[in-house]
Design a protein. Structure first.
Length: 209
């Protein structure tokens, strides 16, 4: 699989980056253990927007939903939706392909006095506990900022409808600078378009393309 980092045309308006990575519980009686975080921690769950490419073997095709699962050279299967201009009648499971894909990721921060945008399809808790983080579908998540620690580059967020509190650790230097847009009580909504194949070619004896 080609590293999407080689295609850095990121379209995110604000990418604070979040990861489905929950800190295991530690006993407070363990003198050698570090202090237990107040809340489960996340970082890098939400993918960056932009374009990328994947070369691999088709594992499955759903002609109804146009969902194509491609196993990259690393062995990692990735599910993507084929765009309207992508032909699926000339490929089948087992074919090696080279696909270009895109996804838009947009963050919106709203004032504490305003309601968060409607239309959430996933909660903060679901995002945090889903293996692999965000899937290929269009997704929208809304939460409220409960606490900000600029020195630790973290902020606590709760789903807009309530539930548990999660600590988001921001690791990207550019995204750390964007934390200045946050304030306690603010609403944070992230909207992601589907992970979409924009072009796909079948590989032949002499390679792809």
């Amino acid at each position: 699989m080609r590293n999407p980092a080689r295609h850095p045309r990121t379209v995110a308006l604000m990418a604070l980056g979040i990861v489905a990575f929950l800190v295991p519980a530690m006993s407070p009686r363990d003198a050698t253990a570090q202090e237990q975080p107040a809340h489960p921690q996340m970082s890098n769950v939400i993918p960056a927007g932009g374009t990328g490419a994947i070369e691999g073997k088709i594992q499955a095709i759903d002609p109804t939903t146009r969902l194509v699962t491609i196993v990259a050279k690393s062995g990692q299967p990735i599910a993507l939706f084929a765009g309207p201009s992508v032909r699926l009648d000339n490929v089948e499971p087992g074919d090696k392909v080279d696909a270009q894909y895109t996804r838009d990721v947009v963050f919106v921060v709203t004032q504490a006095s305003k309601a968060v945008p409607q239309g959430a399809t996933q909660t903060v808790g679901q995002m945090a506990h889903t293996p692999g983080g965000i899937g290929p579908e269009a997704t929208q998540i809304s939460g409220r900022v409960m606490k900000i620690d600029m020195d630790a580059h973290t902020f606590d967020v709760v789903d807009a409808t309530g539930g548990g509190v999660y600590t988001v650790q921001v690791t990207d230097p550019a995204r750390i600078k964007m934390m200045s847009d946050l304030h306690v009580g603010a609403g944070v909504t992230v909207s992601l378009t589907p992970l979409t194949i924009t072009s796909m070619v079948k590989c032949g004896w002499f390679g792809c393309g």
